[in-house]
Design a protein around this ligand. Structure first.
Ligand code: PHE
Length: 492
């Protein structure tokens, strides 16, 4: 670098550069380049630099014009004919309006022209002193006090602050910049260079690259939020860590008849190996068989021959209600042996259905399930719990529509009004578990269960404005957009 060599080289033989501006001029360098090098060398303590400020006189834009074209008074004088006179109007046409105006007053003051309707010369020769003075300033020459004042009064010159440096050798001075190493390499170590190498200092205030970090999937964010709602409502989480279920717990225990279309392989994934379950609670199986075949507890049952082979078939659970049936059976056993304890249970986990995949359906999804088991529960309790649960998610406007499930009566579909979409959105299914389901488990007549279920995907898609389920889940998901998604979007 030219400026760097010049500065360090000069300081090798001189104590000081007293004025960086003068130095730049003497070396034929641009002062800005010199200043940049001074700042850098000062930073590395090769030199000590002190600010110097100088007030210099420079020409204003108007001053620059007159330095080039002559002062207005001379321009005006030259426009007046040597003999005779010229009318004001004629003269005005020949000159720039500002030049005419200023020229008239200055030329009259100098007694160069006779003013009136007709203008004529009073002298034959004039000198353009103003122009000469302006040129001298441009040239960097000093003027006398009076000249300076008169130019300043006419706003042809102005003071400008000039900034530069005076420079001396610094504590780390060297005639040439040392090359500093940024890394200690194998070669440095092997060759012994490391002994003499100067290492670049760490810049501890430099910004580092943003760290790579993991991000929660939107489904996990919404899942955690819903789990927290359940926890706040004092619900216990059910253990759902089993994707494989027997048809017995998934369907039979739920009073779902063995001919029901949902139990067809078109709707349900059955397992090839192991194809059947090893163990079922035999006493309870007997009760379930009886209620399917001939009813009881005020029910007529379905009146068909219930087959154990059907119940034994293993499948990927089609709903987490299979877990609810296991948990309720265990609770009823506990009640029989000790005493009945009311329970509030929830779960959020994966379920599987043999469905055609489209923009809103996948063959697997997550189900949210909640239930309350207590004495004397009514449909009013169910509606109240649903209002409480969904309003905590931001869904306060609910509507219910009668529906049918083999295991609940009455059953209700749940709708929520979405202000953004301006429509009622179906968000879940609910009901009161039938006596045909609860009584064979061993619950007494006065114990009821209110329950509801919904998919985790549907509210997540609405909350995040995702229209295609494949943008939410599966191998086509764009991880980048998931990173940017806020953690707590709000319904509506
Ligand atoms: N199991 C139901 C479903 O898959 C949801 C549900 C759970 C309905 C509990 C009523 C009661 O849609």
């Amino acid at each position: 670098m030219m400026a760097e060599e010049a500065i360090l080289g000069y300081l090798e033989n001189h104590d000081e550069i007293s004025d960086s501006g003068q130095f730049a001029t003497d070396c034929g360098l641009d002062h800005n380049d010199v200043v940049n090098v001074i700042k850098s060398l000062h930073g590395f303590r090769y030199i000590d630099a002190q600010d110097i400020k100088k007030e210099t006189l420079v020409l204003t834009e108007e001053g620059k014009k007159y330095a080039e074209k002559g002062s207005p008074e001379v321009q005006l004088f030259l426009a007046v004919p040597q003999e005779g006179s010229i009318s004001k109007e004629e003269l005005q046409k020949l000159l720039d309006p500002a030049v005419y105006k200023i020229g008239c007053s200055q030329a009259a003051k100098n007694k160069w022209v006779q003013m009136g309707n007709q203008i004529s010369r009073k002298v034959q020769h004039v000198e353009d002193r103003v122009k000469d003075l302006l040129l001298q300033i441009q040239d960097g020459q000093e003027l006398g006090k009076d000249d300076n004042n008169s130019l300043k009064a006419r706003k042809l010159t102005a003071l400008q602050t000039w900034k530069g440096y005076s420079v001396k050798r610094g504590p780390e001075y060297a005639p040439r910049r040392r090359r500093t190493a940024t890394d200690l390499t194998r070669e440095h170590l092997q060759g012994g260079d490391w002994r003499n190498i100067e290492f670049k200092e760490y810049n501890f205030s430099a910004k580092g690259p943003p760290p790579e970090s993991g991000h929660l999937h939107p489904l996990n964010k919404v899942k955690e939020r819903i789990k927290n709602i359940f926890r706040l409502m004092n619900f216990e989480e059910m253990p759902t860590n089993r994707y494989v279920e027997s048809s017995f717990w998934n369907f039979d225990a739920l009073f779902q008849p063995q001919q029901h279309p949902a139990r067809d392989s078109h709707d349900t994934f059955f397992l090839k190996a192991p194809a059947t379950t090893k163990q079922l609670p035999e006493d309870y199986v007997e009760m379930v068989k009886r209620v399917h075949e001939s009813g009881g507890y005020g029910s007529r049952g379905y009146g068909y021959e219930w087959k154990r082979e059907e119940a034994n078939k293993n499948l990927l659970r089609t709903h987490t209600t299979a877990i609810s049936s296991r948990m309720l059976y265990a609770l009823a056993q506990h009640a029989k042996q000790q005493s009945f304890t009311p329970k509030k249970y929830f779960s959020i986990d994966r379920v599987f259905r043999n469905e055609a995949v489209d923009r809103t359906h996948l063959a697997e999804f997550h189900q949210i399930e909640g239930l309350v088991c207590d004495r004397g529960l009514t449909l009013g309790h169910l509606i109240g719990v649903l209002q409480d649960f969904f309003s905590r998610l931001g869904m306060d406007k609910l509507k219910f529509k009668p529906a049918y499930n083999p295991y609940t009566e009455p059953s209700m579909e749940i709708f929520s009004y979405h202000e953004g979409l301006k429509k009622w959105v179906e968000i879940g299914n609910s009901g009161m578990f039938r006596p045909e389901m609860l009584r064979p488990m061993g619950f007494s007549e006065d114990v009821n269960v209110i329950a509801w279920g919904l998919s985790l995907e549907r509210p997540t898609m609405i909350l995040y404005g995702i229209n295609n389920i494949r943008d939410l889940f599966g191998h086509k998901v764009d991880l980048g957009t998931h990173q940017e998604k806020p953690s707590m979007p709000y319904w509506n």
